[in-house]
Design a protein around this ligand. Structure first.
Ligand code: BDR
Ligand code: CA
Length: 354
């Protein structure tokens, strides 16, 4: 893999569960660009797009990033107890906005995503960091197969929920939890047993601070030594990137769609990088401040299905099962993101020129 020091013994084994998706793709790029990460496997979960498209996106992205040895596993076709909804309006018809990746011809593993979770945890007992940034379907299925999974992980980082904050899918529910509330409830229940390290849970209240702007994207291109044209809200919709660097072109074409979506939602010409924050936290939990809470998911409410509720004060009489993210230094995150992904894109281009 094309990290700066891919031989380091100190690399952190990370297993990524994604529904790729624009920001999922950026999270995977961050991990692949990080010398301290060893991405040991990818679970493809249905969510932003259907599960086969998620598999395709993961395989093609790995190929583009020179990381074809990483196993990609296919997850369930849909949520554990409800029909699948997808979000092409947010992420584009294939999940990567206007970007089109070269087809890799890579194939998924013979075992499924739930089995991949369990196998990765057993292969790295007490060391594996799990990162779940899609619906929690396959993690819930993995927990059904191996209830001891929480004891095998070093830590788990979840992008999901919205804590004392509005939703982005319904008035109160965040996308990943809203797609499969029963699975999310199972995951939080699994971490309720005493003695477990609670998962770090990054909800919209936190991740919406991670607002990528055209200015930051221009800095990313500069860090890749890639000439490009700055993006602007005044550009025609769907204007394609002219960046010299191929990975920066993919990022800009993907982000253009995500910017337009956020603009149409009234949030400005920017994009929230929910999942890359989870990737950064998987490697360095100190990027975020947390508050312990008991978290559960509303599965029955007619108006509130998929809402995450944090019992901050122990009113339910149940022990904390989550470390809920409550503060983040977005500037520090973007410094790190640019410092890693920019030079990584440059190294990839250098290799393909050789
Ligand atoms: C989450 O929903 C998805 O659309 C994004 O990839 C992110 O994981 C944000 O609510
Ligand atoms: Ca996602």
């Amino acid at each position: 893999m094309l990290t700066e020091d891919s031989e380091s013994a100190d690399r952190i084994p990370v297993f990524a569960d994604v529904d790729t998706g624009v920001d999922d793709a950026m999270a995977l790029m961050y991990l692949l660009a990080s010398a301290d990460a060893d991405l040991v496997g990818i679970a493809s979960t249905a969510g932003n797009v259907g599960v086969d498209q998620v598999c395709r996106n993961n395989l093609d992205l790995l190929e583009m990033c020179g990381a074809t040895g990483i196993p990609v596993s296919r997850g369930a076709d849909g949520p554990v107890a409800s029909p699948l909804r997808t979000a092409e309006d947010t992420h584009g018809p294939q999940g990567l906005g206007y970007a089109r990746l070269p087809s890799s011809g890579g194939a998924v593993t013979s075992y499924d995503a739930a089995e991949a979770w369990v196998a990765a945890a057993r292969a790295h007992p007490g060391a594996l960091v799990g990162m779940a940034v899609g619906p929690l379907t396959n993690l819930a299925l993995a927990l059904r197969a191996e209830p001891a999974l929480p004891t095998l992980l070093r830590r788990l980082v979840i992008m999901g929920g919205a804590f004392d904050y509005r939703g982005n899918t319904t008035a109160v529910a965040e996308w990943n939890v809203s797609v499969d509330p029963e699975a999310a409830a199972e995951v939080f229940a699994a971490w309720s047993a005493p003695g477990l390290t609670p998962p770090m849970v990054l909800g919209l209240n936190l991740t919406e601070h991670i607002a990528l702007t055209p200015t930051l994207l221009t800095r990313l291109a500069a860090a890749a030594q890639s000439p490009t044209a700055p993006m602007s809200v005044l550009d025609d919709r769907g204007t394609r990137s002219v960046a010299a660097n191929p990975l920066i072109r993919v990022i800009e074409d993907a982000l253009r769609f995500y910017f337009e979506f956020h603009f149409d939602q009234g949030e400005g010409y920017l994009a929230h990088l929910h999942d890359p924050l989870a990737a950064a936290v998987a490697l360095d939990p100190d990027l975020v401040q947390y508050r312990p809470a008991t978290v559960d998911v509303e599965v029955a409410g007619t108006l509130t299905r998929g809402m995450t509720i944090a019992d901050w004060n122990g009113r339910w009489g149940r022990p904390p099962n989550a470390l809920v993210g409550i503060g983040v230094d977005a500037g520090a995150f973007f410094e790190r993101f640019i410092a890693r992904v920019g030079p990584f894109a440059q190294r990839l281009a250098d290799v393909s020129r050789r």
